[in-house]
Design a protein around this ligand. Structure first.
Ligand code: ATP
Length: 234
């Protein structure tokens, strides 16, 4: 679903990530780990077309979207969920969800899916008529994540979805990411919380100063001492 070849990207003329190659198949979750400033957000921004790669290729569901506008990545089936709960503050919760699902399926399908997520996140049901701006930061993050699910993308790029979310809800969010993958989606999960993200992922890569320093199956990496060293700057 997602194929990245020798990607180099950054800001202005300064590269931040380089020589990134990775693949995520349908039904799989790949965790992208790394300390602050390692380049994780820059990577997902480049995968979504939000920043233009300086070199390399990005393919979403077989479509080469390298250098194209973000809309091309969206059309190909990509969806970027950035941190910072970006929702439409002056729309109701329900309208935020409707907008997210606008391009997909029938109204009936939307309502069914919506009900499913209302079960998972009852706060969205409770507040469905309220303006999104009246939700707490964590609740807005849940709304943003649910919007992303309702879009039914082929590739979901999640930048730290657990930020600002009550600790007790994090397992639910991870479970929903797993459910999303089990329906055939591919997920790139950027996370600071190493063990938690490895538990839910199939594969993982660890970035350091813009490059991949370590990669493999999540279960193997869970006991790999090198991760700690990379985080601690050796
Ligand atoms: P964190 O976990 O703290 O979010 P990260 O691994 O996501 O970190 P990035 O946000 O990708 O890292 O940042 C990587 C580098 O790129 C940092 O040195 C950062 O200062 C730089 N950077 C990020 N955004 C920009 C920008 N808009 N313009 C210039 N440099 C930037």
């Amino acid at each position: 679903m997602l194929k990245v070849e020798a990607l180099k990207a950054g800001y202005g003329r300064i590269p931040v990530v380089s020589d990134i190659s990775m693949e995520v198949e349908a039904g799989r979750i790949t965790a992208v780990l790394g300390a602050n400033g390692a380049g994780k957000t820059t990577l997902v921004k480049a995968l979504s077309g939000l920043i233009r790669p300086m070199a390399g290729r990005v393919l979403i569901a077989g479509h080469d979207i390298t250098g194209a506008a973000p809309s091309a990545a969206t059309r190909a089936g990509g969806r970027l969920l950035l941190d910072g709960h970006r929702v439409f503050p002056d729309l109701s919760v329900h309208d935020n969800l409707k907008i997210a699902a606008i391009a997909t399926g029938s109204r009936r399908e939307f309502e069914l899916l919506c009900d499913e997520y209302f079960e998972v996140f009852p706060i969205l049901k409770q507040k469905r008529k309220d303006y999104a701006r009246t939700l707490s930061g964590g609740q807005q993050q849940i709304l943003a994540l649910t919007q992303a699910f309702l879009c039914q993308p082929k590739v979901l790029l999640c930048d730290e979805p657990s930020i600002g979310i009550a600790q007790a809800l994090i397992p639910t969010i991870l479970k929903e990411l797993r459910n999303f993958a089990s329906r055939g989606g591919a997920v790139v999960l950027v996370e600071q919380q190493i063990q938690m993200s490895l538990k839910v992922s199939d594969t993982a890569l660890v970035m350091d100063r813009g490059s991949i320093r370590l990669s493999g199956t999540a279960s193997n990496l869970m006991s790999d001492e090198r991760i700690r060293k990379i985080y601690m700057g050796n």
